[in-house]
Design a protein around this ligand. Structure first.
Ligand SMILES: Nc1ncnc2c1ncn2[C@@H]1O[C@H](COP(=O)(O)OP(=O)(O)OP(=O)(O)O)[C@@H](O)[C@H]1O
Ligand SMILES: [Mg+2]
Length: 244
């Protein structure tokens, strides 16, 4: 089921957000201050050198980390001052993560992995299972639902992880180098799949080092030393690829 509430609010908004580790002379500014908005249906790529703050930005966006200053809003709601229960509910219902590797629990089949967030959220097993199968169909893996991760290719595993990130009401995917461990052709197919999800009204933020993958994005934000130093908007959003 594709559950997407179209609102006027940006899906994700950073207002003067910074993250500083430590204090005094040894303080490290990992990010910011940065401000930007991401709207429903957008595919936004984050690029920048190692240490520029990309993972920090994603962690703040997904409420895995708390800003030192500024405001992070998800669907218009300020993430500050929420108790741990509220935050974990928000992570189960609003935002999904995909990382470079080790995304799936090896002891669970593909469909069991995908249905897990729904089970944790108290859905009856039969319902969770059915929704997980639908979600696997969206990523073209309905037939491999009963395979264990070890018996899936790297690209297939990432597609299962994408299905899990979107299962249920979640409509925002935060992906930190999801293609980093894949060959370029497989990596590109994963990005195309993410683009397809955006066409369904879902929203994706992807950290990537690969300019060809970023070429599929509607917008690219470039980070350096924790700041957004450049932003490009695709001239032919949806076409994918970059001209060289
Ligand atoms: N817990 C921490 N304590 C101190 N400094 C940190 C901590 N986490 C991150 N940093 C620093 O913050 C900066 C940004 O880190 P971040 O992981 O966001 O970079 P990145 O752009 O994701 O890099 P990469 O491409 O290597 O993954 C780096 O200088 C890093 O050393
Ligand atoms: Mg990183």
């Amino acid at each position: 089921m594709i559950a997407e509430v179209v609102t006027q609010e940006p899906v994700l908004q950073f207002e003067g957000v910074s993250r500083v580790h430590g204090s005094g002379p040894t303080a490290v500014r990992a990010l910011g201050p940065v401000s930007f908005k991401i709207r429903s249906g957008e595919l936004v790529a984050i690029m920048g050198p190692s240490g520029s703050g990309k993972s920090t930005l994603l962690s703040l966006a997904g409420a895995l980390d708390v800003p030192s200053s500024g405001t992070v809003r998800l669907n218009g709601r300020d993430l500050a001052n929420r108790n741990p229960a509220e935050l974990s509910q928000l992570r189960r219902r609003t935002v999904g993560f995909v990382f470079q590797e080790l995304n799936l629990l090896p002891g669970l089949t593909a469909v069991e992995n995908v249905r897990l967030p729904l089970e944790l959220d108290g859905h009856p097993l039969g319902d969770a299972h059915q929704r997980a199968l639908e979600e696997l169909s969206h990523v073209g893996l309905r037939d491999l639902a009963d395979r264990f991760p070890d018996n899936l290719s790297g690209g297939e595993q990432q597609r299962v992880a994408i299905a899990r990130a979107f299962v249920g009401p979640r409509s925002l995917l935060l992906a930190d180098e999801p293609t980093g461990a894949l060959d370029s052709v497989t990596g590109e197919s994963v990005v195309r799949l993410l683009k397809k999800q955006c066409a369904l009204g879902r929203t994706v933020v992807i950290v990537t080092h690969d300019a060809a993958h970023a070429g599929w994005a509607d917008r690219v934000l470039y980070l350096r030393d924790g700041e957004i130093v450049d932003e490009t908007v695709a001239s032919t959003a949806g076409a994918g690829g970059i001209e060289s």
